[in-house]
Design a protein around this ligand. Structure first.
Ligand SMILES: [Zn+2]
Length: 206
């Protein structure tokens, strides 16, 4: 279903654009549904599947009318980020936090539109917090079904149910401990020291 293409195809189609990643992200921001490997396991790492066309980005008027940044107000953006505990809903990185697998590279968060498939099979547009890396489709590793099952094998029932919830919703929900971590990271340095001391004290009481 749908055409599969690679980043080099996009580079050929847009010869003056060096960054194919950026081009794909732009299209997604304008309502185009393009699946990467993270959304469609049948694809190879470099492949993207065209699912549905969005705004006619080559028409300047249509483009201006649908400008995704303009459409999301600062207030809405703040609300969405707060709901997601200032974490990327795909990989869990917090703004400014270093990626565990890439030292010297840290999370830059923004709010983007995402198409979510509901349990009844219908689709809905939802605003979610995503990091720059996941928006560019570079967040996902390449794993086999066997590896994915092996990673899930050690999960207890609560974690398993949580994971199934994430899979159903198409996005990761912050766990209570991660929400606490994200709140801690949002504090100024002197307040961090205060919170740390209080938490240590509480851990000794229990
Ligand atoms: Zn991410």
């Amino acid at each position: 279903m749908g055409n599969v293409f690679t980043k080099s195809d996009i580079r050929e189609a847009f010869p003056d654009t060096a960054q194919a990643d950026r081009r794909i992200r732009d299209l997604r921001d304008f309502g185009w549904v393009l699946h990467a490997r993270s959304e469609d396991a049948s694809l190879l790492q470099e492949q993207t599947r065209f699912v549905r066309a969005g705004v006619e980005v080559w028409d300047p008027r249509a483009r201006r009318a649908a400008d995704p940044q303009k459409a999301i107000s600062a207030k809405v953006r703040d609300d969405v980020m707060a709901r997601d505990s200032y974490m990327c809903t795909t990989c869990g990185i917090t703004g400014g936090e270093e990626y565990p697998d890439a030292v010297m590279q840290s999370g830059v968060l923004s709010v983007t539109k995402q198409t979510v498939r509901l349990p009844d099979g219908s689709e809905r547009e939802e605003l979610v917090t995503r990091c720059k890396r996941c928006r560019a489709g570079r967040g996902a590793r390449s794993v086999s079904v066997a590896e994915a099952m092996a990673d899930a094998a050690g999960l207890g029932n609560d974690d398993l149910r949580e994971l199934i919830g994430w899979i159903g919703g198409g996005r990761r929900r912050p766990l209570p401990i991660e929400r606490a971590w994200s709140s801690y990271l949002g504090l100024p340095p002197d307040a961090r020291a205060d919170v740390r001391a209080r938490l240590v004290e509480r851990s000794l009481e229990e």
